[in-house]
Design a protein around this ligand. Sequence first.
Ligand code: CTP
Ligand code: MG
Length: 260
Amino acid sequence: MSESPTRLVTAVILVAAGSGQRLGYGMPKAAVPLGGEPILMHALRGIVASGAATQVCVALPPGDEPLRRLCDEFREELADGGPLLSVVDGGSTRADSVRAGIAALMDGIEAVLVHDAARALTPESVFHRVSEALAAGAAAVIPAVAVVDTVKTVAPTTGTDASFAPEILTGTAPREELRAVQTPQGFHLETLLKAHEAAQGLAPNESAAVTDDAMLVEMLGTPVHVVRGSTQSLKITTPLDLILAEGLLEGPLGARWVEG
Ligand code: CTP
Ligand code: MG
């Protein structure tokens, strides 16, 4: 068997600066309790447990003192030899928060994993698959899972049809080719820098349509490689997702639930 390639010096940018509107808790999503601890703590512990990072750059809602204190406490908890934990103010969009994280990267970083705090239960194995593909030479790597629903495209209905249905079907995407994409998304540093530089030149409607970092790399024409994600890596977005996440931690599946 061939030896695994040497791991790149890697930073994780953890974006946690969103307001959590859809969760509807009246507080930033990173602060919402999950299994008795804020979502942010689950995300941080997962990253540290994976051993994937030399540095963790957390983007928090600007001025959020409780979340900052939580990071300070976690820094003290980290044993010697753990990653450097940096905290930055996030921006008004997710991409702005990623850029704030990029600006705080320490010298010597070769690869960056951009991760959503909202995917707080991502298993270590997903971090490993992304890091290994980067070390093997991929410039951009994303984890993804097969889509279970049949996915169709629609357009607004026009004319009299609008009186009984707001939309009309325009096509059916071939399901075997579809993937639901997750984080951490991994990039060689120079690829991520180029992608975010190019993003600065987008029109407002174009940048609003950019929902992940891989889209920016696609726009550069750089190949993006796909590795297996995990259904355990769900993005906590709505109250139903929070119930699912609680169930994964405490429910009947309990500790048995570790999906590679
Ligand atoms: N995020 C961020 N900065 C922003 C917006 C989002 O760092 N300005 C982060 C969120 O904290 C989250 C991830 O990007 O970890 C994915 O965003 P999303 O799930 O949409 O979270 P929120 O924006 O907080 O939720 P909502 O859209 O419901 O308000
Ligand atoms: Mg959002």
